[in-house]
Design a protein around this ligand. Structure first.
Ligand SMILES: *Cc1c(COP(=O)(O)O)cnc(C)c1O
Length: 397
């Protein structure tokens, strides 16, 4: 039954993903079950999407209620859930205004368009270049792909877009050297996610902000992965004591429903006027209802964010002990909150497979970095289970 299904899946779908041969059917909290009823502990959370766990009752009920009321009307009209979600995001961030879309890549496209438009109107006509980092990931559409500092993802799709430059991440001197009279924005992830969970030096973003201020350059933070509580604060920039000019969100924003957002201060947001940018589905009632339930639950009593910081430290320390015990297999442990990477001396793929066989879902980025992005409601017992499993697997290597 399952094998036949997987054969059909391979027959009818384009082969863009290296999928594990599992057919997932049901989820609750940290647990998911496949079609055969096998249970898994999920430390991937749909790639940092299911921040409240699978099928959180508040999100599910919000979706059910909204589905009965109204699914879609387009942005030709006002949409109450869209306004409520925008208000929550604005009141809890640096921003004054939000624009909604449907995915991360689309949010990045919006941020790039907004930065260029603002620069043309308020800086100088030649200001259009955007500097991003090597190892970054900003999405698969053309501007987002051009911004992404990974040649292997761009190969075969040339010509890419003009107007982008790349520098090493966490290297302020390289950034200084790359800035010129055409630079309109610097776009960075607070922590590189797909690039291998790379955490910058503590003062890096302060220096980036100063550089932007002294050269009249916009700072775009791509918080698609780090946002919505992932690092223990609602947004990762709060750790660095700086504010961006534009920020992108997606992944955790809808608690499992597809939604993206571009946030900006008023002065910048006003470069978008009717007709300059848009999206048919962007900010639709259903996705926004899920977003409202998600952010309200995250902020309700601070428990979840507190849990994320506390459990994140617990997790981090356990991994550090593991690194000591398996110093020939583990190079580094890094991360913030519940966005943690474990860099191995060997390819991570086989370890991911061995974990799946033992009923634990983890993920690997950059070839040899195991990445853990569990729901923010994960508890000690579940972390212990993962650590025991990793220990067992590494012992057999
Ligand atoms: C996942 C991700 C994206 C792309 O999001 P999609 O929804 O897959 O388009 C962009 N930027 C960052 C930092 C991401 O982690």
């Amino acid at each position: 039954m399952d094998r036949k299904f997987i054969e059909e899946s391979n027959k009818y779908l384009m082969n863009t993903y290296n999928r594990a041969p599992i057919n997932m059917r049901k989820g609750r909290g940290l647990k998911v079950w496949d079609a055969g009823g096998r249970e898994y502990l999920d430390f991937v959370a749909g790639i940092a999407v299911n921040c409240l766990g699978h099928c959180h009752p508040k999100v599910v009920i919000a979706i059910q209620k909204q589905a009965q009321r109204l699914l879609h009307v387009s942005n030709l009209y006002h949409i109450e859930p869209q306004t409520v979600l925008a208000k929550h995001l604005v009141e809890n961030s640096f921003a004054d205004k939000a624009f909604f879309c449907n995915s991360g890549a689309e949010a990045v496209e919006g941020a790039i368009k907004l930065a260029r438009k603002y620069a043309k109107e308020h800086m100088a006509p030649e200001k259009h270049e955007i500097i991003t980092a090597y190892g970054s990931f900003h999405g698969r559409t053309f501007a987002a792909l051009t911004a992404t500092g990974q040649e292997n993802l761009q190969k075969g799709f040339e010509p890419l877009l003009p107007g982008f430059r790349h520098v090493p991440f966490n290297d302020i001197e390289a950034l200084r050297k790359a800035v010129n009279e055409r630079t309109c924005a610097i776009m960075l992830e607070p922590i590189q996610g797909e690039g291998g969970v790379k955490v910058p030096a503590e003062d890096y973003f302060k220096k980036v902000r100063e550089l932007c201020d002294s050269h009249n350059i916009l700072l775009i933070l791509d918080e698609i992965q780090t946002g919505m509580g992932r690092t223990g604060k609602l947004f990762a920039y709060e750790h660095f004591d700086i504010k961006p000019d534009i920020m992108t969100l997606a992944k955790g924003l809808g608690g499992g429903i597809a939604i993206g957002a571009v946030l900006a201060r008023d002065a910048i947001a006003s470069s978008f006027q009717p007709g300059t940018h848009g999206s048919t589905f962007g900010g639709n009632p259903l996705a926004c209802a899920a977003g409202i339930a998600t952010i309200e639950t995250l902020l309700e009593d601070g428990f979840i964010l507190e849990n994320c910081s506390r459990i994140g430290k617990y997790f981090f320390n356990k991994l550090r002990v593991l690194k000591k015990d398996f110093s020939s297999s583990i190079i580094d442990v890094r991360g913030l909150g519940l966005m943690i990477g474990l860099e191995l001396t060997m390819p991570g793929g086989p370890i991911v497979e061995a974990c799946v066989k033992r009923g634990i879902l983890i993920n690997c980025t950059s070839g040899s970095v195991l990445r853990f992005t569990p729901p923010l409601i994960v508890v000690e017992k579940e972390i212990d289970q993962l650590i025991d499993t990793l220990e067992d697997i590494l012992e057999r290597q």
